[in-house]
Design a protein around this ligand. Sequence first.
Ligand code: ZN
Ligand code: ZN
Length: 186
Amino acid sequence: MANIHYPVLAINSPPPPPPPPPPPAAEPSKTFQHPVTGKWLTAEEVAALKAWALQKGKSMGIGDIDELGSVIDYVFAGAIAFEDTLHMRSLLQMPRIRPLWIRRAITVNRQQNAQACMAYLCGTITPQPCGPCSRGAGPFHECVTVNGSLLGACASCHYGGEGSRCTFHLGSKSFNSYLSRSIFGC
Ligand SMILES: [Zn+2]
Ligand SMILES: [Zn+2]
């Protein structure tokens, strides 16, 4: 019995010291406006959202909930992570007009994927799906393009960096024959 040590109860002990201030380079007081929701975020929240979007091996589907939100929050985190790309900047200027309707879980840790998800939310459904979409390839249920963005490719093909295989990609041979078919009606 001699060597039993009971924990000391800290009833009257002073409060713990405050945590050390973050390094000045992080500008802890600076806030950022969420480019999609408009909500004001602290630098720490922005960093957490970026890290969430860039997490390797992560994917989310409809109905999945993470501690930082649902799949649409995850897509918006991808928008924050790749906000500095030209495609993303132009996509963020556009209103989002449709819900995310996906065939399978998506990941936004690559810039093309994050751009594709945002393009899907604000683009136009093509009158006829492109070749890959009509075969059920790509993560989105509808074939959606954004005028003047993604080099003409639909969101599903742009996802995964496969935009050049899209019928509507500006460099695609099938796009040029599609154009002549449309123009000449054959
Ligand atoms: Zn398509
Ligand atoms: Zn396509």
